[in-house]
Design a protein around this ligand. Structure first.
Ligand SMILES: *Cc1c(COP(=O)(O)O)cnc(C)c1O
Length: 231
């Protein structure tokens, strides 16, 4: 498993997917989903040119921050975040991608205010309306955006989605398309404290489709680091 080779290969695939869709490859950022990979692997990914790192678990984030694993690149939080752990994340990461409930939004805003900062976030959309997943429905999303004045500690930088694993690769097209349309709608509405420059979607199995549908950031784990070892 050679992380640098994997990333070089991914960059080629990203470029081809972008060009095929008539897009500028520079408009799509590569976020390394670093869960279960150690500081050394993270450093290799950064050296090989990923644009940012995304961490899933607070404990791993804290440990790797202490090891200066992310030096030189932004670090994002991309996993489900419990409200009782926001203190360990707010102000420590450049972007919290996975804001999936009003309760969490409230907790993050409050903690950011306490620290005297403004935390950049993405709102996570449950685009396939899956029972098992958290995230805002498109309707709830509108409601939150219209009431952002209640959350002065955050700045919304865009949207994030994790569509379901589909049998056929192209089955996700519909969800990616809906996410893109949502991001266009929101941009057009010019909400206060919102600037939609990130549409984060696409993982190792479907990132080329996500690029075809207009994402501006993909989050890859397996394609960069190989299969995760859950032992
Ligand atoms: C693990 C993870 C990814 C990357 O998944 P791969 O299929 O390994 O590329 C992306 N986003 C989130 C939120 C993840 O937890």
């Amino acid at each position: 498993m050679n992380i640098a080779n994997n990333i070089a290969h991914i960059r080629t695939q990203m470029e081809q997917a972008a060009l095929a869709a008539g897009r500028d490859p520079k408009d799509i950022l590569l976020c390394a989903a670093t869960k279960m990979n150690d500081a050394e692997a993270v450093r290799q990914a950064i050296a090989a040119g990923v644009d940012c790192c995304g961490e899933n678990r607070v404990q791993e984030l804290t440990a790797k921050l202490a090891e200066n694993a992310y030096t030189g690149k932004p670090v994002h939080f991309i996993g489900h975040l419990q409200t009782n752990k926001v203190r360990q994340v707010v102000g420590k990461v450049d972007l919290i991608q996975s804001v999936d409930s009003v309760r969490l939004l409230q907790a993050i805003s409050k903690e950011a205010e306490r620290q005297g900062i403004r935390q950049d976030i993405l709102l996570e959309v449950n685009i396939a309306a899956e029972e098992s997943k958290s995230g805002f429905t498109p309707r709830e999303l509108t409601e939150v955006l219209e009431n952002l004045a209640q959350f002065p500690g955050v700045f919304v930088r865009g949207l994030m989605a994790i569509p379901p694993i589909c049998q056929k690769k192209t089955d996700n097209h519909k969800f990616f398309q809906e996410m893109y349309n949502l991001s266009v709608d929101i941009t057009a509405k010019k909400y206060d404290n919102v600037r939609v420059d990130v549409l984060s979607m696409g993982m190792s199995g479907d990132f080329e489709d996500a690029i075809a549908c207009g994402c501006t950031m993909i989050r890859l784990g397996t394609a960069i680091f190989g299969q995760r070892n859950y032992q």
